[in-house]
Design a protein around this ligand. Structure first.
Ligand code: SF4
Ligand code: SF4
Ligand code: SF4
Ligand code: FES
Length: 950
């Protein structure tokens, strides 16, 4: 699919079910009531000239270029602000209209630099197009009078330039920032001739509230707001529609290209997850794909103290396969395994688990979802019957009460965060449960009705208290619960949550949330109309992560907030393909489609297809692999796209495990922290260099399309195929579409999915099968996937990670908008300008008590380890709680986190670590060792092509 320019219909689509018929330039047109004349004309193929209108924004009616004539009406109304009415006869072109439009254009052009031929937007400028469209040939006013031609450029933003001399003050940028992004960073300053666009209080973009989402750049019809990449490389020649490889929103983009070079990523209007919007990561932070640090030649070495040696693909893969076979022959079949990543495509993760099960002959496959959303899989399967969120993102348009628990959408899922803010501005009410004041709690035109500022680690107690209020105050939807859910489990659960020890008053001492606020929030969620819960890693990454997920499902069931638009239980997935990697059987106990390896029927199905006998016992989870490596029974690991040495908890334990293994094969883009312990490096491909699919948080499967050849010569799925063949297990695929065909053949929820169908529909939300041939936006509509919904008892058990005199503060962690997880990609882009280092947020009271000042170095010590960061003093965190991000490896945030984990899934308890924080003068011992080891490994990498044969 290619597209550089999508049709701009001028105004947004109207949603009315009532249709109106009219004629435009003699052509009969039928459109939903409320459609503007401009859009009705565009839908009939008639382009009315326009400047201030664009279909992502409400009509504004300021430029007067879109005038039309309507039979029986006086004057010339603006077509963008005039709704279509039955029987109207509209004329869009005649001499009078042409003359009026030329007059308008003449005024604009007389205050515009006439450097079209050398302008970066030449050929991609609506002002230029409109001058042509209205037949403007001369400008009578001259350029001598007052004008804006010498206005200064603002180049403070690394990704776009603001050249005020080209601004026509159409306010599309201002409206985009308000309506689409919801940041309100831009204003029109001054009046009349003096009016001009200004970020914040006449500040440069980088000093303003701007979050660099690019919505204003996209909306600008001139070269005023322009991507720096286009200014430098020239306008694009072709476009390929693909999917963002960062977060679980799964935004669709057109990769706009000149030859094999990406010039711009433009959010795709038909993308069903993003509707043409983006955030700074997907829109701008793609330069890592061609960063000089990319490793593009396979390498190996026998010991991690040896220099790397560049070798052919055959040699590297042959060496890896021989090593895995040697380790299995020496230490047993279970001595090797693999970890796949949610950054990989569905097809890649499917092949990884197939390789492990069919070629390693064990089930030692796990994925990074272990450390993020495995409790979602478990908790939702137990209660609702399916390990996935229940809604599509658009469902929020019908939500009346938005309940955000342990998620920070404006940083972690920014495009959906904008959709949330829009809905709140339209009147939906908001409850936030979070230890920290995330942006959503108060941001322009958005304010949470309740911010339940709970203590980290007390989610279950809070959820039980909310349920207590709903049940004991008679707010339950008994009719729904008794008809749709298992009645015995419902009654048992009601008795459980009704216990006095679950009242908000009784639990106030545990959660720290005033009882009155819990009561108010529970009442609002239960009675405020459609209530939808959105949650993130602040729910799952706890010792009781799975319990909270079940508690959330209980809340939705008891209030009847499930099974229709506007409601539901919605896990906000961190990485681009967390949903997909789990769907594809990446856990050691499950084959694709969440079917247990113990299930004979499922195993036989795969055995027949794959031509092997499969092991019925679940394999090792990631933490078990580490323990087994340290014990000496686990010796070889194949990792694709996963940097466990930075992302997993208790770094020192992880690196000890890595050091204990004899063959670590890393398939990645860069020499990441894990690759510094590797013996074989297989250079992987970025999302721009391969074909495949990602599945976002709403179960939406979208195509990833190759826009440039893989820098190392192979797409990742090809590398896995080659490794399987070298291991003696034949894999034959000509294209990832064939892998998807195999997935569809073997997985009931994917039966209807194919690349041809994706081409046709754009994207598909699974389940997609004979019952749902076009996919399933909302699940559990008439019955739960497991038949009857099951209420689960959610007893609160305090984490073992308690504060005491030695470790008196709780450390909790999170992400920031500009960086992505371990930062391997975003740190290699100008996004570092927003976040050069991880800092420790500490409340002024705790800081003062310790003599800590803003920006001072502090040591953070836990039972697991010690690191140092600079302090940021802020009331965003409550007293007793400190917070940091984990995007920079040298910060060592995971040196401090412990191995405590969720009781059901082993998801680490990243969100609760008891620590002490004190002023320090030097870096920690671990940081000193880290720096030395990094220097040594980079030196060994430099010797790659010249080093001695290992
Ligand atoms: S910067 Fe662009 S979008 Fe904004 S007012 Fe000027 S011309 Fe219009
Ligand atoms: S980039 Fe986004 S946040 Fe910044 S001014 Fe433009 S629309 Fe607003
Ligand atoms: S919201 Fe997520 S998917 Fe969308 S552009 Fe940003 S990082 Fe990419
Ligand atoms: S496009 Fe209608 S008034 Fe500007």
């Amino acid at each position: 699919m290619t597209a550089v320019h999508e049709i701009d219909y001028g105004t947004p689509a109207a949603e009315s079910a009532t249709m109106v018929s009219l004629t435009i330039d003699g052509i009969p047109v039928t459109v939903p009531a409320g459609t503007s004349l401009m859009r009705a004309a565009a839908e009939a193929g008639i382009a009315v000239p326009k400047l201030c209108a664009t279909d992502s924004l409400k009509a504004f009616g300021s430029c007067r270029l879109c005038l039309v004539q309507i039979d029986g009406r006086r004057g010339f109304p603006a077509s963008c602000t005039t709704p279509a009415e039955p029987g109207m006869r509209v004329v869009t072109q005649n001499d009078r209209l042409a003359q009026l439009r030329r007059g308008v254009m003449e005024l604009y052009i007389s205050d515009h630099p006439l450097d079209c031929l050398t302008c970066a937007a030449n050929g991609d400028c609506e002002l230029q197009d409109m001058a042509g469209a209205v037949g403007l040939r001369e400008v009578r006013y001259g350029y001598e009078g007052a004008n804006h031609l010498r206005a200064e450029k603002d180049t403070s933003n690394p990704y776009f330039t603001f050249d005020a001399s080209k601004c026509i003050v159409c306010s599309r940028c201002v409206r985009a920032c308000e309506e689409v992004q919801g940041t309100f960073a831009l204003t029109i300053d001054g009046r009349g001739f003096d009016s001009k666009v200004s970020p914040g209080q006449m500040e440069p973009f980088m000093d303003s509230e701007c979050v660099s989402c690019g919505a204003c750049v996209q909306a600008c019809p001139t070269a005023t707001l322009m991507e720096t990449s286009v200014i430098e490389a020239g306008t694009p020649q072709r476009g390929v529609v693909t999917t963002c490889a960062y977060c679980g929103v799964g935004c669709a983009f057109t990769a706009e290209m000149r030859g094999t070079e990406v010039v711009r990523m433009t959010p795709y209007k038909d993308g069903k997850a993003n509707h043409g919007h983006s955030c700074v990561k997907g829109r701008f932070a793609w330069g890592y794909a061609t960063h000089a640090d990319r490793i593009t030649t396979p390498m190996f070495r026998r010991k991690i103290t040896d220099p790397w040696r560049e070798v052919s693909w055959e040699e590297a893969i042959g060496y890896a396969a021989a090593e895995f076979r040697r380790l299995q022959a020496t230490y047993g079949r279970d001595a090797v395994g693999a970890i796949s990543s949610s950054r990989c495509t569905n097809e890649e993760t499917y092949l990884m688990q197939k390789l492990v099960r069919a070629a390693f002959h064990n089930n030692n496959i796990d994925t990074c979802a272990r450390v993020c959303h495995s409790p979602t899989g478990y908790g939702l399967k137990q209660t609702l019957g399916e390990s996935a969120g229940t809604q599509d993102f658009d469902s929020i348009r019908k939500t009346d009460v938005i309940f955000v628990i342990g998620a920070n959408p404006t940083d972690g899922h920014p495009v959906f965060g904008s959709a949330m803010k829009r809905r709140i501005r339209e009147g939906a009410r908001l409850i936030v449960a979070d230890p920290r004041a995330i942006d959503l709690v108060r941001t322009p035109h958005v304010e949470a009705q309740y911010h339940l500022k709970l203590r980290p680690g007390t989610n279950v107690a809070l959820v039980n208290a909310l349920a207590h209020v709903i049940v004991t105050e008679g707010l339950a939807d008994d009719a729904f619960a008794e008809a749709r859910c298992d009645v015995a489990s419902y009654r048992q659960w009601k008795a459980f949550v009704s216990r006095p020890d679950h009242s908000p008053e009784a639990l106030e001492a545990v959660t720290g949330v005033p009882a009155a606020e819990v009561r108010g929030a529970a009442r609002l969620y239960a009675t405020g109309g459609n209530g939808a819960i959105y949650y993130g890693l602040g729910v799952t990454e706890h010792s009781q992560g799975s319990t909270t997920v079940m508690g959330i499902a209980n809340l939705a069931m008891v209030t009847g907030n499930i099974g229709r638009e506007g409601v539901g239980v919605n896990p906000l997935r961190g990485q681009n393909n967390v949903q997909g990697s789990c769907d594809m059987g990446s856990f050691p106990h499950e084959l694709p489609g969440y079917r247990h390896v113990l299930d004979d029927g499922t195993r036989h199905l795969f055995e027949q297809s794959w031509g092997v006998t499969l092991e019925p016992e679940p394999g090792l989870r990631i933490p078990n692999m580490f323990d087994a490596a340290i014990d000496g029974s686990f010796k070889g690991l194949y990792l694709e796209g996963e940097d466990i040495a930075q992302s997993d908890p208790n770094t020192q334990h992880v690196t000890a495990a890595l050091e204990a293994m004899e063959c670590i094969v890393v398939q990645d883009l860069f020499l990441n922290e894990t690759a510094k312990f590797a013996h074989v490096f297989l250079p992987g491909s970025s999302f721009l260099e391969k074909n495949g699919t990602f599945t976002n948080a709403e179960r939406r499967i979208s195509r990833v399309r190759k826009v440039m050849p893989p820098l190392a010569g192979k797409e990742d799925w090809e590398i896995t195929v080659d490794l399987a063949n070298a291991l003696g297990y034949p894999m034959r695929y000509g294209h990832p579409s064939e892998i998807m065909d195999e997935i569809a053949r073997l997985t009931p929820t994917f039966t209807g999915v194919s690349y041809a169908r994706l081409e046709e529909l754009g994207s598909i939300q699974w389940p997609c099968n004979a019952d749902h041939p076009e996919g399933t936006p909302v699940m559990h509509e008439t019955a739960f996937v497991r038949g009857k919904g099951r209420f689960m008892i959610t007893e609160y058990v305090a984490t073992e990670e308690r504060v005491n005199g030695r470790y008196p503060l709780i450390l909790t962690t999170g992400r920031i908008l500009s960086q992505y997880n371990v930062g391997a990609q975003t740190r290699r882009t100008p996004n570092v300008q927003w976040h050069e280092e991880d800092r420790l947020e500490i409340h002024p009271h705790d800081a003062e008590e310790r003599g800590i000042t803003e920006g001072a170095w502090v040591g953070i010590v836990s039972r697991a380890g010690e690191t140092t960061l600079r302090a940021r003093i802020t009331e965003r965190v409550q007293p007793g709680v400190v917070y940091t991000t984990f995007h920079h490896p040298e910060s060592g945030a995971n040196v401090i986190t412990t191995e405590n984990s969720d009781w059901a899934t082993n998801c680490p308890e990243y969100k609760v670590t008891a620590v002490q924080v004190l002023p320090v003068f030097g870096t920690s011992e671990w940081q000193n060792r880290f720096r030395k080891f990094t220097e040594e490994q980079l030196a060994l990498l430099q010797q790659a092509s010249t080093g001695a044969r290992p």
